[in-house]
Design a protein around this ligand. Sequence first.
Ligand code: BJW
Length: 251
Amino acid sequence: MISQTLIERLTNARLVTVFTGAGVSAESGVATFRAQGGLWSKFKPEELANLDAFLANPQMVWEWYQARREVVLNAEPNEGHRAIASLEEFVPHVSVVTQNIDGLHTEAGSSEVIELHGNIRKNFCQNCGKRHDNLEILTEHHIPSCSCGGNIRPDVVWFGELLPATAIELAEKRAKECNILFSVGTSSVVWPAAGLPLLALDSGAYVVEINPEQTPLTRHAHESIRATSGEVMPEITRLLREMRIPSELSK
Ligand code: BJW
């Protein structure tokens, strides 16, 4: 399942960028978006994940995010998240660039996590921009108001909204300068995030996709491994650990 080429490249890599999507958290019980049974098969993104929907019906959108927060706050990082974090034992610099809003990479111990689509645990005022990251808000059933009177919204990036400039700029930098880019658990259809593996390819990186299904990235990637994140990432770290043992014995 995992090539010798990939393991050798990893042992020589200086920077590895791990670009992730909802599939990485599927094994923690957090729903993906586009699969059968995923969020978009039950809810319409145009009614819930854009600013117009929030302005038209803020209470409904707030409740939808509160239900998802409950899942996220009870979820634990899985073997995939943990293996991604432990890549840092083998590679000098590992950068995790995630589309996920659940915070599970940080909980798993990854040091550099770049959140492209925000974080469901945080909030800000739609009217004045003031931050409202206090935890009590996470259990409010009625949409809370800011001191300015505006509605408080989750700090996530909806369709048609710009990604946080510092996050996308740093993500593009990491895509351009990495030796290896893993694209794990993403359908690769949402832009500008979907462009990051292509940027890495153009800059000479080795690109490896991990996904049980084909995606638009598959035909461009150097390797595409058809299995789950929780299966593949721990196997990679196990092989890296095995490679290290002979060199440590010879010291
Ligand atoms: C497993 C697994 C396991 C399962 N292990 N794998 C260029 C072309 C066309 C359109 C555009 C374009 N540029 C911009 C756009 C518009 C739009 C866009 O991309 N639309 C396309 C969908 C058509 N982009 C935007 O609007 C972005 N803003 C922007 O570009 O601003 C400037 C601009 C504005 C207007 C016009 C032009 C420019 C913002 C995008 C924000 C995305 N927001 C969401 C919601 C976040 C909040 C929330 O959670 O509610 O982000 S949408 C949703 O999709 C979420 C995700 O982060 C994102 C990506 O989904 P992801 O992670 O890939 O999940 P899935 O479900 O799609 O896939 C899961 C995968 O895992 C599957 O492949 C499974 O097989 C796999 N899997 N189990 C490994 N165990």
